[in-house]
Design a protein. Structure first.
Length: 444
């Protein structure tokens, strides 16, 4: 296969080396950004392979065709900082000269231990290790990897090696790869089994299989599987209300997610930790986790927008999210998750007695729900806002928030709840006319 062959650079730019550079051998090119600033950068391709899927368990991601994974290093050889998105602008060209851009969602899921190019600049002499992933049709067999600055990478046959050395190398490589692949495979199977147990509500089985997966993941050094294993165990302990262990495993997952610099995984674990701390009555910790969750969601949206991603990116990013982790996708989901993040912060601030800040978070949630077209979310945010106003003894504001949304409340089947609350607030503010009006409406 092309993915297992030796990769050789064909330097087509004037700055490229005269002789093709092989895998793990550097090539220096001139790269320019959108403002036509130019620097010299040295690229080293460290690996390329094809894959039928990425991730595991709730983070399983399948391509429309097949994934092509390209790992590389790039070093800024100039004396100035340079936008990293320009340096990572690697594309794939098939035999018909069709050019493919990277899959942002798939690329994000594999950025383990690397620095996100969309979130920083590269300083002078700085080197970054990164990965890009392409989703191309299964029938595309011949393709080149095009580097910024004019270099390309093609798949060529391995050079011949002397008989004994060739056999020895092949044996060692097969042994090492086979052992690691088998171990990772065992971890992934166990994680899939744990997830199935969770969906069935079989928490004891989930605990056992997630624990086994974690053991296999540690043997293989598979950080992604380790993250999911810790996350699953935290999820298990949340469901059995063992918050001490839930916090322990959740924080381990959080540490791995932060090491990976993966906002998608971080958003999942921050939301879970917020839930754990909230249910355990640790409201200040919950507030911090929910605010981190909100920041990670905003980062995901900002980075995908900057990359010109389609709605499919959000489908991939959020398809397994929230408590059930099976939320579907529809237009505006990114804004909806921001809105829910604001509501989580609002709820915790209310419990902490920070009512003014809680109102501000609720207002932000209402705005985000409105932008996403989520009428029910907006309605419940207004309901929460009314309750907070009442806690501040601002009964007029509370009543207004409910009255202004009475028609929508009827549409969503909660009109009677709104009426009950208005009666309570009217009684507390000695508004006898409203008490009489809504009591009559309630009895109709």
């Amino acid at each position: 296969m092309a993915c297992s062959a030796l990769l050789v650079f064909h330097a087509v730019a004037a700055e490229a080396e005269d002789n093709p550079a092989g895998i793990n051998r550097p090539v220096t090119l001139t790269v320019k950004d959108k403002n036509n600033n130019r620097i010299k950068a040295t690229y080293t391709i460290t690996g390329i392979k094809e894959a039928k899927h990425l991730g595991d368990g709730i983070f399983l991601r399948k391509p429309d065709g097949k994934f092509v994974i390209v790992k590389f290093k790039v070093k800024n050889m100039s004396s100035i900082s340079f936008p990293t998105d320009a340096l990572s602008n690697i594309t794939l060209i098939d035999a018909k000269k069709k050019r493919w851009k990277r899959s942002d969602s798939a690329t994000g899921s594999l950025r383990l231990g690397t620095r996100s190019f969309t979130m920083m600049k590269m300083g002078s002499r700085m080197e970054i290790e990164d990965v890009v992933v392409f989703d191309i049709p299964e029938n595309v067999k011949d393709y080149d990897i095009a580097l910024p600055g004019g270099g390309t990478v093609s798949a060529l046959k391995q050079p011949k090696v002397a008989g004994n050395q060739r056999n020895e190398n092949k044996s060692i490589a097969a042994s090492e790869a086979g052992t690691r692949h088998e171990t990772i495979g065992d971890a992934n199977k166990a994680l899939d089994s744990a997830w199935e147990s969770y969906k069935k509500g079989d928490y004891p089985a989930m605990k056992v299989t997630a624990g086994n997966a974690l053991i296999e993941a540690k043997k293989a050094g598979d950080e992604r599987a380790m993250f999911v294993g810790h996350y699953y165990l935290a999820l298990y302990y949340v469901n059995v209300k063992d918050y001490h262990n839930a916090i322990d495993f959740g924080l381990r997952a959080q540490e791995l997610g932060e090491k990976m610099r993966d906002d998608i995984k971080l958003s999942v674990v921050y939301k879970l930790m917020g839930r754990v701390f909230e249910q355990g009555g640790m409201y200040k910790n919950a507030l911090l986790s929910y605010e981190k969750y909100l920041t990670s969601i905003k980062n995901i949206i900002a980075n995908e927008d900057r990359a010109g991603a389609s709605d499919d990116v959000f489908k991939d990013a959020f398809s397994h999210y929230e408590d059930s982790l099976t939320a579907g996708f529809e237009s505006g989901l990114g804004k909806r998750f921001v809105a829910k993040g604001h509501m989580s912060v609002c709820r915790i601030r209310k419990k902490l007695g920070e009512l003014e800040e809680a109102i501000k978070s609720a207002v932000k949630a209402i705005s985000a729900f409105k932008e996403s077209g989520d009428l029910s979310g907006e309605l419940f945010a207004w309901w929460e806002t009314a309750e907070i106003h009442a806690l501040k003894h601002e009964y007029g504001e509370a009543i207004k928030a409910l009255e202004d949304n009475m028609d929508r409340a009827e549409r969503f089947g909660i009109k009677r709840n709104f009426i009950d609350d208005i009666i309570i607030y009217a009684q507390k503010s000695n508004d006898r006319a409203r008490v009489e009006k809504y009591t009559k409406m309630k009895n109709e």
